[in-house]
Design a protein. Structure first.
Lengths: 109, 114
């Protein structure tokens, strides 16, 4: 069975500080991977997707970047956090449906 | 563009009563959209509740049903008799199987009171 692990579970960061969120997929080779973001009270927005190692496509510009250093790993990062980055970040992969990780709650103060 | 509208942010229903959560969609880029309902139970991750890929068909799971209505561009979620354990946030979504693009609604929080 495929599993998705995200880290950290939650993070509280200062404005202007760097951020790195991680996602690992186990049990699935060469998955299509996605990052989603949901602001409090907002909708889930697709941020990035990647179909292979080293290739990432941006869907929504939020002053964030993503990388796929390994087949089973997807990283979301920024050098300078903004208040507007607060929210819930979900990693997902696509099979017949989309499977989501448990998410990371980010609070920027 | 593509969008999904859920008009109710929160719904409160008494146990054993019926439920309907509204969802309408709009798309300009997806020729044959797939429609989904996802659910997030308290303390758990987002998971698929049901999916319908063909207009006119109905999907069902855990007592919930939704019919893909292309004429009214709707995919309302219904349940005849809700339980307390159904309390969760429900998201309607529109997907493109050719590109894996998925567009979500804003979600509807269902609170079932005993």
């Amino acid at each position: 069975a495929q599993t998705i692990h995200q880290w950290p579970v939650a993070e509280i960061k200062a404005v202007g500080s760097p951020l790195s969120l991680g996602c690992t997929i186990k049990g699935k080779s060469s998955p299509n991977l996605y990052w989603y973001w949901q602001a409090t009270g907002g909708t889930l927005q697709q941020l990035f997707y990647s179909i292979t190692v080293g290739q990432v496509e941006s869907v929504v510009q939020l002053n964030l970047s993503a990388s796929r250093p390994k087949d089973d790993q997807f990283i979301l990062s920024t050098e300078k956090l903004l208040l507007s980055h607060s929210g819930f970040y979900l990693c997902a992969w696509t099979g017949f449906e989309q499977f989501f990780g448990p998410g990371t709650r980010l609070t920027v103060l | 563009g593509d969008s999904v509208t859920q008009t109710e942010g929160q719904v409160t229903v008494s146990e054993s009563k019926s439920l309907i959560i509204n969802c309408t969609y709009s798309t300009t880029s997806i020729a044959y959209p797939n429609l989904f309902w996802y659910v997030r139970y308290p303390g758990e991750g987002l998971q698929l509740l049901l999916k319908v890929i063909t207009a006119g068909q109905k999907g069902s799971s855990r007592g919930f049903e939704a019919t893909y209505n292309k004429e009214t561009t709707s995919f309302h979620l219904q349940k005849a008799s809700v339980q307390e354990s159904d309390s969760a946030v429900y998201y309607c979504a529109l997907g493109d199987s050719n590109t894996d693009k998925v567009v979500f609604g804003t979600g509807t929080r269902l609170q079932v009171s005993p």
